[in-house]
Design a protein around this ligand. Structure first.
Ligand code: GRG
Length: 293
């Protein structure tokens, strides 16, 4: 199966599972459930859940066992996008090619929608099958640490506080480790946990996730400069317009491209201990380097 079909097949499985986990759109109070579904089923790439499933596979596990954490990481990711788009944060009108959640449902409802998605992420995560090495407590600790003030929230704080200041490369790396790489890494680790992965395999995936996450963010920064709003499904050129700290702004476009290639190479090397079963993870890393949106 080619990678495109592999990703599409797994994304469809994740969508079906999230559809079953989330309250129906008509369940009262209907507005919040509609808003949650509006944000979740908006055509995202489903990168984090696909990484979760591919990591389970790389460690000898099954898609079925890794479906709950795959959905949980996508729900946490969607919450972060809904809140990030709010006027008090990045103030964006367009996400995944559609008006942002607060544009459709209002700011108060978008705040609640993000809160509900974050909470639901943990409810869904609790469905993850336990293994000899990893308990529900381990799953919860993994995602809670990533969602908390040391990672996702902390990264957002560093980002907000960095506005209007001269960015440095090390500052950028700190923000992106927390904002982007942490959730990618937890997606991989949670998938691996469902396969009862050894600590050595978890460590290899942690290293892979960090390099892949940083590469993903460098590419995201490049695309913001080089792509159109139509292709991206979100406002292009936004970073420059608000003088945001980005790789192209700090090291230039060509050096950013070289940096993305270097990080991807390091990510691929990190997978060596996993052998042939990590084929899909390797293909995904190579594919992300070439992505156009
Ligand atoms: C908790 C409010 C809050 C924020 C935490 C993760 C984050 C910080 C904010 C989300 C917005 C953002 C620019 C994150 C950086 C990572 C990134 C490039 C996200 C976009 O991910 P894609 O491209 O999106 O995978 P799709 O729409 O395809 O799922």
């Amino acid at each position: 199966m080619d990678l495109k079909s592999y990703i599409a097949e797994r994304a469809a499985l994740v969508d079906k599972a999230m559809d079953a986990y989330l309250p129906p759109a008509k369940e009262r109070p209907a507005t919040i459930h509609e808003a949650m579904r509006y944000a979740v089923f908006a055509g995202g790439k489903r990168l984090r859940p696909v990484l979760c499933l591919a990591a389970a596979e790389a460690c000898g596990g099954t898609t079925e066992d890794a479906l709950a954490p795959a959905c949980a990481v996508e729900l946490m990711h969607t919450y972060s996008l809904v809140h990030d788009d709010l006027p008090a944060m990045d103030n964006d009108d367009l996400r995944r090619g559609r008006p942002t959640c607060h544009k459709v449902y209002g700011e108060g409802m978008a705040v609640l929608c993000g809160d509900a998605l974050l909470t639901e992420a943990f409810a869904v995560l609790c469905r993850t099958p336990v293994t000899r090495r990893y308990s529900t407590r381990d799953h919860i600790a993994e995602l809670a640490e990533t969602g908390g003030s040391r990672r996702l929230i902390g990264g957002q704080v560093m980002d907000l506080q960095g506005e209007g200041q001269k960015p440095t490369k090390s500052g950028l790396v700190r923000i992106h480790e927390a904002k982007t790489a942490a959730l990618l890494t937890s997606s991989l680790r949670l998938g691996a946990m469902t396969a009862n992965a050894t600590p050595a395999k978890l460590a290899a995936l942690t290293h892979f996730g960090r390099q892949l996450g940083l590469a993903f963010q460098v590419i995201d920064d490049i695309l913001d400069v080089t792509q159109s709003t139509e292709v991206l499904g979100k406002t292009a050129g936004k970073d420059q317009a608000v003088d945001k700290a980005t790789y192209p702004a700090v090291i230039g476009l060509d050096a950013s491209r070289r940096e993305a290639a270097k990080l991807t190479k390091a990510a691929l090397t990190a997978l060596d201990p996993l052998g042939g079963r990590a084929l899909r993870l390797r293909q995904i890393a190579e594919h992300l380097l070439q992505r156009e949106y």
